[in-house]
Design a protein around this ligand. Sequence first.
Ligand SMILES: [Mn+2]
Length: 101
Amino acid sequence: MVDELLKTNDLEIVLVDHNEPTGLLKQTFSSNKVSLIIDHHPENAANILSCEKRIELVGSCSSLVADYAMKAAVNLPDDARELIASAIVIDTSGFSPIQAL
Ligand SMILES: [Mn+2]
């Protein structure tokens, strides 16, 4: 699969729930392929990625994904909506105001 992706000239990578390429992604792809970051962790000041960023320190990154999709008028299928809602409930320990990132 990585070989196929490397052949894709117009490849765009979206980082979700982290804001810097790591592991295989960092080793394999140029950072200029990252077109969007959606994350709820503090950004490393040394992060050189200059793509579009949606970084807010909220309880669940899924909230940001849902908001991004709504603003982009993306009509998510029901199973994706259910998955996002479930992740928000889990990440926020049932909407607790005190949660870990
Ligand atoms: Mn997270």
